[in-house]
Write a protein that binds this ligand. Structure first.
Ligand SMILES: NC(=O)c1ccc[n+]([C@@H]2O[C@H](COP(=O)([O-])OP(=O)(O)OC[C@H]3O[C@@H](n4cnc5c(N)ncnc54)[C@H](O)[C@@H]3O)[C@@H](O)[C@H]2O)c1
Ligand SMILES: [Zn+2]
Ligand SMILES: [Zn+2]
Length: 361
């Protein structure tokens, strides 16, 4: 029987979000219904509301979530009712050319539930990133559920579903930060701070945090930054070179998504170093660089989709490290809120007051 639960809808471009009753179908083949326990508020949810992702309103917002599987459809064997899971937005297909080459984290054909959730009048909803978890329950593809140790707090676990995984993965997967490396992270929001925490976990010797907001630099220190640079006051390229014996960092992670910060990252790395772009640019942005510098400085210029993570490999591992006290995921949760407080959370995010507000249900 389809069920009615409360969920947070973005009804139209720039209209305030509101809580409405939504209809969750029974899971079909390959699908699962998950009872949501916590869901973080991410910048991407705000982009959906503003119409910055696409025009497929109404959206069911929320995608950084953890909860308990309530029911599964035919053919689902990897998860079962009662499992505590983190939801991911890249359920790999196992059949595309990336998967077949043994690189499933690049999967070119990720999928979501086939059935649609609706409003009570039958209007179909577009779930944010194929998840839609600012709701008491949601319908996803079973491959979007990754079982992890249930003793972790759901508010903490859910964060691995998006920004925190993207940042940690940008460092440990895409950037392959290793023991003794020097790392610079430009932009210290949730994603940049996670890249800092990931770099510390990987054994980086020097971690330089760059931001334009001193409050963010303060938090970055708590996450593991060994040095901080306010790039409003100081040229970050010069500062990073100075802090690395005049050479630049081995890995520079750009977690803002703008041409000027990408350029800083490009010139702040050592010869043959790596730049990782995890910040997401907008369509009108352009980058111009001397091609000779691209050649002459060597190394690697990489992008990081979702931290090049493989949920089945990375989520349980990171939760275990957190439970062992080796990775403080709790530090990313600034506040916990209710379903009807999301507009306020967007406000605070906009003013840079929070790393993450997390809805708990
Ligand atoms: N690649 C992925 O899979 C993925 C996943 C999630 C988020 N993201 C992206 O990562 C980026 C960061 O996300 P977030 O949640 O941390 O956002 P956020 O808004 O919390 O953080 C951005 C930080 O950048 C700082 N900043 C802004 N302009 C700057 C500048 N010119 N120089 C230095 N710092 C500057 C801000 O002060 C802030 O601390 C966004 O572009 C987001 O879309 C990417
Ligand atoms: Zn694939
Ligand atoms: Zn997100």
């Amino acid at each position: 029987m389809p069920q009615e639960v409360r969920g947070v809808i973005a009804p139209g471009r720039d209209e305030p979000v509101r809580v409405e009753m939504i209809v969750i179908p029974d899971p079909g083949p390959g699908e699962a219904v998950v009872k949501i326990q916590a869901c973080g508020v991410c910048h991407t949810d705000l982009h959906y509301k503003q119409g910055g992702i696409n025009d497929e309103f109404p959206f069911l917002l929320g995608h950084e979530a953890a909860g308990v599987v309530e029911s599964v459809g035919e053919g689902v064997t990897d998860v079962a009712p009662g499992d505590f899971v983190i939801l991911n937005w890249r359920a790999v297909c196992g059949r595309c050319r990336a998967c077949l080459r043994g690189r499933p984290w690049y999967c070119f054909d990720t999928h979501n539930a086939e059935q649609r959730m609706t409003l009570t009048d039958g209007t179909e909803l577009s779930p944010a990133l194929g998840i839609g978890a600012f709701a008491e329950k949601t319908l996803v593809a079973a491959g979007q559920c990754t079982k992890v140790d249930a003793s972790v707090s759901p508010a903490v676990a859910g964060l691995l579903g998006c920004g925190v995984m993207a940042g940690i993965g940008a460092a440990i997967n895409t950037g392959a930060v290793g023991r003794g490396d020097s790392v610079a992270v430009i932009g210290c929001g949730g994603v940049g701070d996670a890249a800092i925490a990931g770099s510390r976990l990987a054994g980086a010797a020097k971690i330089i945090a760059v931001d334009i907001d001193d409050r963010k630099l303060e938090t970055a220190r708590g996450m593991g930054a060994t040095h901080t640079v306010n790039s409003r006051a100081t040229d970050p390229v010069e500062a990073i070179r100075e802090l690395t014996g005049g050479f630049g960092a081995d890995v520079v992670i750009e977690a803002v998504g703008r041409p000027e910060t990408y350029r800083q990252a490009f010139y702040a790395r050592d010869l043959a170093g790596t730049v990782v772009l995890v910040g997401v640019p907008t369509p009108e942005m352009k980058l111009e660089l001397p091609l000779l510098d691209v050649f002459g400085r060597g190394g690697a210029l990489k992008s990081s989709w979702y931290g090049d993570c493989l949920p089945s490999r990375d989520f349980p591992m990171l939760i275990d490290l957190h439970l062992q006290g080796r990775l403080d995921l709790g530090a990313f949760v600034t506040e916990t809120i209710q379903l009807d407080e999301i507009e306020k959370a967007f406000e605070r995010m906009h003013h840079g007051d929070v790393l993450r507000s997390v809805v708990v249900l």
